[in-house]
Design a binder for this molecule. Structure first.
Ligand code: MLC
Ligand code: AMP
Length: 475
């Protein structure tokens, strides 16, 4: 196995026997040699940039742009292709990106006047070895992720964190160049991008991106290793022929949100596979997982990966026993944990304990045998819907920007398909719930739209005026 100080992406450096179908996305295929050539050509064009923003659609062009940034040592700032102008402006401005990888070369015509450079998949550039391997502690990505309030924050992710995490996962999942990885996840978050693209390029496994993550697409992809969020797995479990078609696979992996026991059991019955469940965050990468070699039980996310340490703490920061019953906030430390948010010292300080452990904001139990269960969130203001982490505050800000809305409170309510669905309670006059949803749709990407809006006379508040979110509901 390649160590964290060697090349980050051995497949791009020619370490594996090449194959014409090394990468498949959006109906296009590429070998690793073709990827190395196109990425080297693109790297020459972006070398020296401060940071490269990437409109990260599910395509080979995204993979080429990302690999080029990693070759040239240019930090990458991937963003959702359906993000609104407001979201883009925030990400481009906050990150300091000075170039965009986009569809067409565009001089200064790009977002915010930034030059747009288009990827050419057919170009074969100079040797991929021309650029020296950047330092392990340099920033590979600035990934934007929601907090409870305000706009998303930038999380710098180092090359060392990525290499360490992928090597630990390869060990836990027996992930090798004999695998074909299949998924249909977005390429601007840890799950689809770091695990789903860089994981394949580090282990030398072939990669098939399915485009839309439908049961039929997963069933027809013929992979050995499948990644999905619980919403994808629950749709597959509800489609028995698709689930049965996964029987020849080696391993099904679920993460980004809690996998319901009923879905775990349906997959086990239909496909013969007990899925591996793993837990992680943008800030920490993946830190906990069940093991390919050991019995996998529903509802647990296994043990810490190699090098990761965990503990539980109560609200005052005191230790909570690891007895399998007591709940506490999960704290994490280790080589995959980030050092702090981009230009946000206060948010950084609030996220680490006095002795330097990252406070995840997730409630967990830890058994005497080291088995972890994720049981909820410390804050009601972080919502997980379809495996996306969404801050209630960002949606409330968008609602309050609607002139008809005077007060707004957003919560996540249980939803059989999405895990949680976004529900908004607003005090508003002269608008319908649909108009309020449309207003948010104009400001935020699709997965942040409230599914339901309740127009109410007032919001329940405590003596100091804070909204009592636990008293909302049933509307
Ligand atoms: C959404 N829609 C609405 C709506 N909100 N329509 C009307 N009113 C609203 N309020 C529309 C959508 O635009 C879409 O339209 C349709 O409803 C279906 O939406 P959906 O069911 O929400 O999503 P779908 O497109 O089917 O995708 C489901 C999914 C997706 C699970 C594939 O949510 C997804 O890719 N999730 C992955 C998120 C992820 O990668 N998280 C990892 C973070 S990293 P239309 O017209 O398009 O059908 C991380 C670390 C770790 O967490 O541990 O991994
Ligand atoms: P993000 O930062 O978008 O990567 O989202 C991280 C969050 O996803 C975590 O804080 C958890 O709340 C949630 N999460 C990830 N994996 C799991 C899992 N296996 N079970 C429950 N929650 C999870």
């Amino acid at each position: 196995m390649t160590g964290a100080n060697d090349v980050l992406l051995p497949a791009v450096a020619g370490a594996f026997h090449d194959r014409p179908d090394a990468l498949t996305a959006a109906g296009q295929r590429m070998s690793w040699e073709q990827l190395a050539g196109a990425a080297a050509a693109f790297a020459d064009r972006i070398a020296g940039a401060g940071a490269l923003a990437v409109e990260a659609g599910p395509s080979l062009a995204t993979v080429v742009a990302v690999v080029a940034g990693l070759l040239a040592g240019v930090p990458l700032v991937p963003y959702a292709p359906d993000s609104s102008p407001r979201e883009r402006q925030h990400i481009l401005g906050d990150s300091g990106a000075d170039m965009i990888a986009g569809q067409l070369d565009g001089g200064d015509g790009g977002e915010g006047g930034l030059p747009v450079v288009a990827v050419d998949l057919g170009l074969a550039g100079r040797s991929a070895g021309r650029f020296p391997e950047p330092a392990p502690d340099s920033t590979a990505f600035l990934l934007y992720t929601s907090g409870t309030t305000g706009a998303p924050k930038g999380v710098p992710v180092s090359r060392r964190a990525i290499a360490t995490d992928l090597d630990a996962l390869a060990g836990a999942w027996q992930w090798t160049s004999a695998d074909t990885l299949v998924h249909g996840l977005p390429l601007y978050h840890v799950h689809g991008l770091v695990l789903g693209v860089l994981g394949a390029l580090r282990t030398g496994s072939a990669l098939v991106h399915t485009g839309r993550a439908t049961p039929a697409a997963y069933a027809g992809a013929g992979g050995t290793l499948y990644f999905g969020v619980p919403t994808i797995w629950s749709r597959i479990a509800a489609d028995p022929p698709a689930a049965r078609a996964l029987a020849p696979a080696r391993l099904l992996v679920s993460g980004s949100a809690a996998l319901p026991t009923s879905v775990f059991e349906a997959l086990a019955t239909l496909s013969g596979h007990r899925p591996v469940e793993r837990y992680g965050m943008t800030e920490t990468l993946i830190t906990l997982s069940t093991c390919a070699r050991r019995l996998r039980r529903p509802g647990t996310v296994g043990e810490p990966l190699a090098g990761v340490l965990t503990r539980l703490a109560d609200e005052a920061g005191r230790p909570v026993p690891h007895d399998g019953a007591a709940m506490g906030e999960l704290h994490v430390t280790g080589p995959t944990v980030f050092r702090g948010y981009h230009h946000r010292p206060e948010a950084t300080a609030a996220s680490f304990s006095a002795d330097g452990w990252f406070r995840t904001g997730d409630l967990a139990t830890i058994g005497p045998d080291g088995t972890h269960r994720i049981v909820g969130r410390v804050s009601v203001d972080l919502i997980t819907s379809g495996g996306y982490r969404i801050g209630a505050g960002e949606i409330e800000d968008a609602l309050l920007a609607c002139p008809a809305v005077t007060e707004a409170a957003v919560v996540g309510e249980p939803h059989v398909d999405l895990g949680q669905e976004i529900v908004a309670y607003v005090v508003a006059a002269g608008v319908t719930p649909e108009q309020v949803i449309d207003h948010v749709a104009g400001q935020l990407s699709a997965h942040k739209r409230p599914r339901r809006v309740h127009i109410v006379d007032s919001l329940p508040r405590n003596a100091i005026g804070k909204v009592l979110k636990q008293d909302l509901g049933g509307g």
